[in-house]
Every structure is written in structure tokens, then in C-alpha cells.
Design a protein around this ligand. Structure first.
Ligand SMILES: Nc1ncnc2c1ncn2[C@@H]1O[C@H](COP(=O)(O)OP(=O)(O)OP(=O)(O)O)[C@@H](O)[C@H]1O
Length: 356
């Protein structure tokens, strides 16, 4: 772990008390209800809250402890806000160069090359344009490049997509996925969107009422029944495919996953990690393998836990090999199938229900 934090901040009507660790690379998502303290925690990390006490070390450098408090401008941190806040009088390239002139010295292979960054974020056609001529998503891509151009030891993003409409979000997400794959920088990403987190995060920090409620691998925390995510109406399992192979004849993609082969609509190609989401409400269960079904994705699984939910529903936590899958079915169905922990069954998921 390269980032260690144990931070406290007391306000008249709010107390932050967060202890956590972040890995050296990858995206850690900070997720929690409105007002739980996510932005306050980021401000503490950035050194913007003078009354924040405790310890924080990033990549071996102490940013604060009982005796030291490194001021904000001396913390090797890149910050991306909800609004891009670009300098209006500079071009896109001017904004990036401005940050580059103030860049921290690199250490070994961790220096970020500006040309590579421009390519990674698809900025070549935009470089000479002024911010007011760019779309919100394009401006945000420039803002991300600017934050990375200072060669940060940690990149923090506070709901970077929240000001964008659905279409612009979909345009920018692949760039964030590329950053995630290609940059060896730890990123802390705040979002209200469970969907964004499922697409981007490796690690999850769940926050509630000023505290870190749980932290761990995204895949595990999404399916833990003692945590709130599994109980939301959009509860989901994220499945990692090792490879995605297009099948043009039916406009489908065959995914080679840890739980077997899955078919996804559309044509995708990937030789490496490729994620799909399976919503609990889209998984149906049967005791015998169906032979005459339109559903193409049929997995062998075993009931791990059953948990009754409101509205006559039941959450079924399934084990498919070593992978956990959630199914939300009616209590009546669970009773008719006589489900209990250990029951062997088949989980069915329509191809159209798989979400990339
Ligand atoms: N400058 C401030 N002065 C006093 N209280 C504040 C200040 N900023 C935020 N708060 C309070 O601190 C608490 C945490 O707010 P914060 O903005 O960190 O939450 P959040 O999880 O980021 O919320 P959201 O998801 O809505 O952005 C809230 O109770 C909020 O009202």
C-alpha cells in the first residue's frame, strides 16, 4: 500500500474520522451518500482543511503527522473537480503546458510524458482551441491532462463526470478506462454513480457519516450482504472477462470469464481485462438446466446465502466457481424452488441484460 491515511476533522455539526490505505496503482473509488464527507476528505488530503489532524503519507512522503503539515501547494497532488475550471485565455495545450511548467520532478519511470498524455486522452484535434469552444466532456479531458501534467504522486477526482449529460459521460469513460490501464498513478475517484464505479474502480472505499465503513476489492464489496450496495435496487455483480471475441454472424461478443463463457450484445474485442455488469434483478434461477430457452447465458451455481428483502423479494447470493453472483427473485419463487444454502441450480442471464 502506498498511501496511508488516518485523518480527523471536527466541525460544529460534522466529524470526519477516516482511516484507510490505497494501493500504489489503480482507481480507488470513494462512494457514499450525499453529505457523508467525501469532498471534505478530499480537501483534507489536499491540505485545504487547516484544522484537519492526523497522519497522511503518500508514496513514502509524509504530508502530515503530529509534527508536520505540508501546505496544499507543496503536496504532489493532481486535482480534478466537477467543473473543468480551465484558464479561459489559454488554448487546451496552453492549459496543459502551464501545468507542465510547474511539474514535480519525476522519479524513474513515473514521469508522465505530455505527448503520451495527449494521445491517451485523444486531445490532438483540440490542442489549439480555447476552452469556450470545447464541449463539457472535452474540457474535462483537458482538465484531467492538466492535472496529470504536474506529475502527481496521487490524482484525486471529485465527481469529474457529474456536470456532464449521459452522452458526454459515455464519451469520456473510455478515456478514464485507458488512464486506468496505462498510468501507474494511484487515483482516488469520488462518484455518486454506482455504474461509473463498476466500470472504473479496482478498490472501493465505502463512506458513511464521516467514516470509512468498509474498504476492499470492488468485486467483493459489491456483493457483501452486510454492506448497502447489495441491497440497492441496482445491485450488481461485476464480472471480469479475460478476453472478448466478436462473433459477427449474430452481432454478439463471446466473453471468456472466470465463471465460464458469456455472450454480450454488440461487437467488442479485447485481449486482456474486460468488465461486464450483471444486475441482480436480471438473474433468474432454475433447478434443472433449461434446454429450450431463449436465454443464452446459463451458469451452474450454488446458493451461498438467502436474505429476505422488502416488497416480497429475496436476495440470493450465489457461488459460481469462486465468483459471487447476486440474484434478486421473489420470495414466492424461492419458496417454490425450496432454495436453501447449498442448493445447486442454474442461473440464467439474458445477453441483453449484460451491461458493459
Ligand atoms: N465549508 C463548510 N463548512 C461547514 N460545514 C460544511 C462545509 N462543507 C461541507 N460541510 C458539511 O460537512 C458535511 C460533509 O460535506 P461534504 O461536502 O464533504 O459531503 P459529500 O459526501 O461530499 O456530499 P455530496 O455527495 O453531496 O457532495 C455535510 O454535513 C456538510 O453540510
Amino acid at each position: 500500500m502506498s498511501i496511508h491515511a488516518n485523518l480527523t476533522l471536527k466541525r460544529a455539526d460534522f466529524e470526519l474520522n477516516c482511516a484507510f490505505e490505497l494501493p500504489e496503482t489503480g482507481i480507488s473509488a470513494l462512494f457514499g451518500p450525499s453529505g457523508c464527507g467525501k469532498t471534505t476528505l478530499l480537501r483534507c488530503i489536499a491540505g485545504l482543511e487547516k484544522n484537519c489532524t492526523g497522519t497522511l503519507s503518500v508514496q513514502g512522503h509524509v504530508w502530515q503527522d503530529n509534527n508536520h503539515f505540508i501546505p496544499a501547494h507543496q503536496r504532489q497532488l493532481g486535482f480534478v473537480f466537477q467543473q473543468p475550471n480551465l484558464f479561459a485565455h489559454f488554448s487546451a495545450l496552453g492549459n496543459i503546458r502551464y501545468a507542465q511548467k510547474r511539474a514535480w520532478p519525476g522519479n524513474n519511470n513515473k514521469t508522465i510524458e505530455i505527448d503520451g498524455l495527449i494521445t491517451l486522452l485523444g486531445l490532438e484535434p483540440l490542442l489549439e482551441r480555447k476552452p469556450h469552444t470545447l464541449s463539457g466532456g472535452e474540457q474535462q479531458r483537458v482538465a484531467i491532462a492538466r492535472a496529470l501534467a504536474i506529475n502527481p504522486a496521487l490524482l484525486v477526482m471529485d465527481e469529474p463526470l457529474s456536470a456532464l449529460d449521459y452522452q458526454r459521460k459515455q464519451e469520456i469513460l473510455p478515456y478514464l478506462q485507458k488512464l486506468h490501464k496505462e498510468l501507474a498513478i494511484p487515483m482516488l475517484y469520488v462518484s455518486h454513480s454506482r455504474d461509473e464505479i463498476a466500470q472504473l474502480a479496482d478498490t472501493l472505499l465505502l463512506m458513511e457519516n464521516g467514516r470509512i465503513q468498509a474498504q476492499g476489492q470492488l468485486y467483493e464489496l459489491l456483493t457483501r450482504l452486510d454492506l448497502p450496495l447489495a441491497h440497492r435496487s441496482d445491485a450488481t455483480t461485476v464480472i471480469r472477462a479475460r478476453r472478448a471475441t466478436p462473433e459477427p454472424e449474430y452481432c454478439l461478443t463471446r466473453l471468456d470469464t472466470e465463471i465460464g463463457e458469456l455472450l454480450l450484445p454488440g461487437l467488442h474485442s479485447a485481449d486482456g481485462e474486460f468488465r461486464v455488469q450483471i444486475h441482480a434483478r436480471d438473474v433468474s434461477l432454475c433447478l434443472e438446466r433449461p434446454n429450450h430457452s431463449s436465454i443464452l447465458n446459463i451458469l451452474s451455481a450454488q446458493v451461498d446465502t438467502l436474505q429476505p428483502e422488502p416488497q416480497g423479494q429475496i436476495l440470493v447470493r450465489l457461488k459460481a466457481g469462486k465468483t459471487i453472483l447476486l440474484a434478486r427473485i421473489s420470495q414466492k419463487s424461492a419458496m417454490m424452488l425450496n432454495l436453501s444454502p447449498g442448493t445447486r441450480l442454474y442461473a440464467q442471464i439474458k445477453t441483453a441484460a449484460l451491461v458493459q
